[in-house]
Write a protein that binds this ligand. Sequence first.
Ligand SMILES: CCCCCCCCCCCCC/C=C/C(=O)SCCNC(=O)CCNC(=O)[C@H](O)C(C)(C)COP(=O)(O)OP(=O)(O)OC[C@H]1O[C@@H](n2cnc3c(N)ncnc32)[C@H](O)[C@@H]1OP(=O)(O)O
Length: 281
Amino acid sequence: MLRKATVRLTRPIAARSLTSENRWSGDFIHVSHTDAKVGLIELDRPKALNALCDGLMLEVAKALDEFDADKSIGAVIITGRGRAFAAGADIKEMLPLNYAQVAGGDFLAHWGRVSKNTKPVLAAVNGFAFGGGCELAMMCDIMYASDKAVFGQPEIKLGTIPGAGGTQRLTRAVGKSLAMEMCLSGEPIKADQALVAGLVSKVVPGDQLLDEAHKTAAKIAEMSQLTTAICKEAVNVAFESTLAEGVRFERRMFHATFGTEDRREGMSAFAEKRKANFKDC
Ligand SMILES: CCCCCCCCCCCCC/C=C/C(=O)SCCNC(=O)CCNC(=O)[C@H](O)C(C)(C)COP(=O)(O)OP(=O)(O)OC[C@H]1O[C@@H](n2cnc3c(N)ncnc32)[C@H](O)[C@@H]1OP(=O)(O)O
């Protein structure tokens, strides 16, 4: 297994080594990218189980902005270091706030940045994904879990409710009954239950999680970035529209791909039995 150079690595990425540029560590996250065009964001706030404080959110947003602007990145992975993916929004940071402050400042409005990312984002959930941590994972496009991962929306135990999409995305992912049970009881589900319920699409042993996520992210990153952005938008429209509207939108986006060089290159490569060389145009 190749180990990441210079960035403190808790787990190797077998597939590719890290390149040297565009790598940085903030107060709460480590940002790097592999030579397979995959950006990696690792939450690292061990004393608080990667609890999502505003500073951490701002660093994640900065990293996503950089990756979205970087043509050498085709997909992004978000994971946690240690035994938590993220144990929720930072309770101690929220404790002193009052209604006027959260409503007046539209608290959390900027925390949805992950869901607005142009490039595909994979959540590699390595441990506790509670509250905002589960919401962060559900904002991602693909969710893989370690067999040790636990998912919960325990906000009710704190006298509040999810505030960044938990009641909405969880219900769409697992259905009303389980979402209602998780939100009303605050009780979590384990990785195997999350797989059966459709919350995650793969569960692997913890030491293989990052490699599995990287394999998929690298495959996506080999595709035309123009087309992956179109495809991601079309899938997400399914959450926002009727079937008829969604099918119509998809058909229009399918037509649009015929205006791109990449579609011509992809079909020519197949006919000529060679690997496609996408140029994102
Ligand atoms: C711009 C892009 C950004 C993208 C981000 C998008 C996400 C947006 C999020 C927005 C969220 C809005 C609404 C959501 C609200 C919430 O999330 S409320 C919090 C929900 N979470 C919880 O209730 C879980 C709380 N933690 C626990 O129940 C336990 O810690 C545990 C996870 C079960 C682990 O228990 P244990 O192993 O016993 O460890 P502990 O001793 O409890 O914890 C170790 C230390 O970590 C601190 N800590 C844990 N969780 C939090 C937290 N959520 N906030 C702050 N601190 C936390 C804990 O206090 C311990 O610290 P010390 O006491 O100092 O040792």
